[in-house]
Structure formats: structure tokens, C-alpha cells
Design a protein around this ligand. Structure first.
Ligand code: ZN
Length: 171
């Protein structure tokens, strides 16, 4: 074999990994509620921030979050991206919008799709609502919600996103 032969600089090695995901206590409770069509956050006993999906502790205070808070399936757009490039193995064909949404009653965002709209009209502060799959298709997954769609409500000012009134602390 000649040493002049071209060097191999890269090879393709298909990899197929199969693994089981253990959700943990907080996410298990959250996904159990999602299967019933209910979004549930957890409120921090120290700073009163409501997190969805809950992780069982407050990332700001570090303390355990056990109080569960049922949230509306309406939300506000905090930020978004119009995806134009197809992602391998992703069944969703571009262009589509992936957004950070803050559910009413919650203080931090989660990722979901926005649809049933002109992509270029989507804006920060826009009000959206969940479009659920038919109930018989619900599983323990956030894609029970197909996407969020714009609703006819006034745009939320940027400095109010995630700061809409949180109820349940009275008294
Ligand atoms: Zn906290």
C-alpha cells in the first residue's frame, strides 16, 4: 500500500441509542396531569415564583417546591424563532415557529410551537392559547398540545411578561 494514498479524514458511523427516561417525582406529577389535559406548575414557598414544568425545587432559592398550581392553557410569547432549516429526523417541516411561552399564572417560560398564524405576524407579548389534540390521543407528554395559536387579546407589555398576577397567595 502506498503512503501516497489519500488519508481518510472522516467516516460515517450510524449510532442508534435506546434509553429509558426516568422523569422524577415532580415531572411525574406534572406529566400525570398533562395526561388529564391540565397544566400544573409548582410555586416556590420563598419567592412565590411559579415554575412549569416543575422540577421539584426553585432554581433561584434552592428550596423544595411542593405546592402545585393549576395553570391556564393561555400564555404570552416571551421570545420566538422562525425555523427555516429542516432538522434531521424532525417530522415538523419548516418554516415553523418555536417559542418561549409563559403560561398565565407562571413566571418562567417553556418551549412550544405556535401555529394557525402568519409567521411574520407573531410578536413578543402576543397572547396565545393551547390547541389540544383530541382527548383520546392524550399521553404523558406535552405534545398533547399540538401547538399554541394566537388569540384576540391585547399584547402584553414586555416588562409584564411573566409578571401577570399570581393568585392563591391571599391571606
Ligand atoms: Zn424561589
Amino acid at each position: 500500500m502506498s503512503e501516497e494514498q489519500d488519508m481518510i479524514t472522516d467516516i460515517e458511523v450510524p449510532i442508534n441509542l435506546k434509553y429509558n427516561f426516568t422523569a422524577g417525582a415532580a415531572a411525574t406529577r406534572f406529566l400525570t396531569q398533562v395526561k388529564k389535559g391540565v397544566l400544573t406548575g409548582q410555586r416556590c414557598p420563598e419567592c412565590a415564583q411559579v415554575y412549569i414544568p416543575p422540577r421539584g425545587s426553585c432554581p433561584a432559592c434552592g428550596c423544595a417546591t411542593e405546592e402545585e398550581v393549576e395553570l391556564a392553557d393561555k400564555a404570552t410569547v416571551q421570545s420566538f424563532t422562525i425555523v427555516s432549516i429542516p432538522i434531521p429526523n424532525n417530522p415538523i417541516q419548516p418554516p415553523y415557529i418555536i417559542a418561549n411561552l409563559v403560561a398565565d399564572g407562571a413566571n418562567i417560560s417553556f418551549l412550544h410551537l405556535i401555529s394557525e398564524c402568519v409567521n411574520e405576524d407573531v410578536h413578543i407579548g402576543q397572547r396565545v392559547q393551547a390547541e389540544w389534540k383530541p382527548e383520546e390521543e392524550w399521553t404523558h407528554a406535552m405534545d398533547n398540545i399540538r401547538y399554541f395559536k394566537p388569540i384576540d387579546e391585547p399584547t402584553v407589555p414586555v416588562d409584564m411578561i411573566g409578571k401577570l398576577p399570581v393568585t392563591g397567595l391571599e391571606g
